[in-house]
Design a protein around this ligand. Structure first.
Ligand SMILES: [Zn+2]
Length: 63
């Protein structure tokens, strides 16, 4: 039952939605500058790194 070690997968920080991380400085603190719900039920968020100001867009499924 207890299988330790199965969670050890390679973790791509640039693709993981939960672990959003700035590619430029590695900062994980973002400020949402723009939010928009789209027709597809997804939410578009424009985020800005609080450290270096780099912006990126993320998509979230509305569940
Ligand atoms: Zn940054």
């Amino acid at each position: 039952m207890a299988e330790s070690g199965t969670e050890r997968k390679s973790w791509p920080p640039d693709q993981d939605r939960r672990g959003l991380e700035c590619r430029q400085c590695g900062c994980k603190h973002f400020r949402v500058v723009y939010t928009r719900a789209t027709w597809g039920g997804r939410i578009l968020r424009r985020r800005e790194c609080r450290h270096c100001g780099r912006r990126m867009t993320t998509w979230e499924s509305g569940g």
